[in-house]
Design a protein around this ligand. Structure first.
Ligand code: DQA
Length: 150
């Protein structure tokens, strides 16, 4: 397929995800963020999607990247990490975009500590995938391809 007509998906990670692989591997697995980026490129390629893989620890920077996704991409796969549970700013940013947003988590936050039970994003996203470790990203890409009719 001609890559110029491929749909573009931003995969955006929030705080501490750059430490994947070394950060609580019993919860988040041993795959590093860099390795996950490579896997997502392969999965996206097989789904005829183009992906950009970005991460930032800052709430304001993430808001800016969500705006950028809305302006320049066809879909957004978002792991807002800890901000999922705290950030009205990210919720407002997601509410305002016109592209589909799929929320993603490596773990299942609902089965963890009480402070993770609160989710400010789930009410404003198109769909969500959680609890499958790095495979959550593959499943989210497959779901996004369906949503975009790619
Ligand atoms: C996470 C779950 C969040 O509760 C946590 O703060 C993270 C990672 C996940 O992918 O499982 O940083 O989003």
């Amino acid at each position: 397929m001609n890559s110029s007509v491929r749909k573009k998906v931003m995969i955006l990670g929030g705080p501490n995800l750059s430490r994947l692989g070394q950060r609580e591997p019993e919860i988040y697995g041993k795959t590093s963020w860099e390795e996950l980026s490579g896997l997502c490129s392969e999965w996206a390629n097989s789904l005829d999607l183009n992906v950009e893989f970005l991460q930032d620890d800052g709430e304001g920077a993430l808001v800016g990247l969500i705006h950028q996704a809305d302006d320049q991409f066809d879909g957004l796969i978002l792991n807002a990490a800890a901000y999922t549970h705290t950030s009205v700013a990210l919720r407002d940013a997601v509410s305002a975009v016109s592209i589909p947003v799929v929320e993603i988590h490596l773990s299942n936050p609902s089965s963890r500590e009480e402070f993770r039970q609160k989710n400010l994003l789930s009410g404003v996203v198109e769909a969500g995938v959680f609890g499958f470790g790095t495979q959550s990203y593959r499943l989210a890409l497959e779901g996004m391809a369906e949503l975009l009719g790619a």
